[in-house]
Design a protein around this ligand. Structure first.
Ligand code: BEZ
Length: 262
């Protein structure tokens, strides 16, 4: 298993995700509109997480299969009634349930976790689309959560851990990712990259322990981990904590609709 596949498989906690990252699905309403799922369509939700969006897509009458690298998240998706399978997006060929084609592949806030081989992800999606099928996705783009990533890296480095061995994220520029899509054979129909400052539901420490687990879990539970999280939080307070105490994270999104030629 690759480094990031291992990170994506392990460590996710569905309850923490539900409590601290529910906003991820809530912010995807526009993306669902870009997909415009239709009754009877067969759709793969790549990086389905706990299945909140797969469930929403299925309400349109589409037949949705979720795929996620984390067995815990797949279990949470199944608990909602979503048909979901454990799959590393960088190795879709190895998943028997996905040895088929779809009308559309949808992905929200997942592609940036597939750092090792982004082209393999795109090629795998292309192979799983019917001719004329569409790939509709949103991911973190260049500059996404830059101060958070910088603080996580700096504090790991200060504690003697090479941040490159922990950093799980791939945040490409729009040009880079569209070039990759074109290389695979896609026609780009629509794309947009934009800043989306995002109000966190609680303290940034909760975001860190839920969504930056590959960094946080490098430190032993207890004092070492608490110190690390506190130091990262301290670095971010000036920039991200507003006067009313709310934390706002500097998200940058990259969205696209890419179509496989007929
Ligand atoms: C994001 O959706 O941009 C994101 C989520 C978790 C960690 C890093 C980035």
């Amino acid at each position: 298993m690759s480094d990031t596949a291992e990170i994506n498989a392990g460590g996710w906690r569905a309850e923490d995700y539900h409590r601290n990252a529910r906003f991820v699905a809530h912010l995807a309403a526009d993306l669902v509109a870009w997909l415009a799922p239709a009754a009877g369509e067969q759709i793969l939700d790549l990086g389905c997480g706990d299945g909140a969006l797969s469930e929403r897509l299925a309400e349109t009458g589409a037949e949705v299969i979720g795929a996620d690298g984390s067995p815990a998240m797949v279990a949470a998706a199944r608990a909602r009634g979503v048909a979901a399978v454990v799959a590393d997006g960088q190795n879709l060929d190895t998943v028997p349930e996905l040895d088929r084609t779809f009308d559309a592949v949808f992905s929200n806030a997942a592609l940036h976790w597939m750092r090792d081989d982004p082209q393999a992800v795109i090629d795998g999606v292309f192979a799983r689309l019917k001719p004329g099928g569409r790939f509709v996705a949103e991911m973190g783009g260049a500059g996404n959560i830059a101060p958070i990533q910088a603080a996580l890296r700096a504090e790991a480095d200060a504690r003697g851990i090479d941040p490159d061995t922990l950093d799980p994220w791939y945040f490409p520029s729009e040009t880079t990712y569209l070039d990759r899509l074109a290389t695979a054979g896609f026609h780009i129909e629509r794309s947009h990259s934009f800043e989306r400052p995002t109000q966190l539901p609680g303290d940034v420490a909760d975001w860190l322990t839920t969504l930056a687990r590959p960094f946080v879990t490098a430190f032993a539970e207890g004092r070492a981990r608490d110190d690390y999280v506190a130091a990262v939080r301290e670095r971010l307070a000036g920039e991200m904590r507003h006067h009313d105490g709310q934390w706002v994270a500097p998200y940058v999104r990259l969205r696209f609709v890419a179509r496989k030629p007929v």
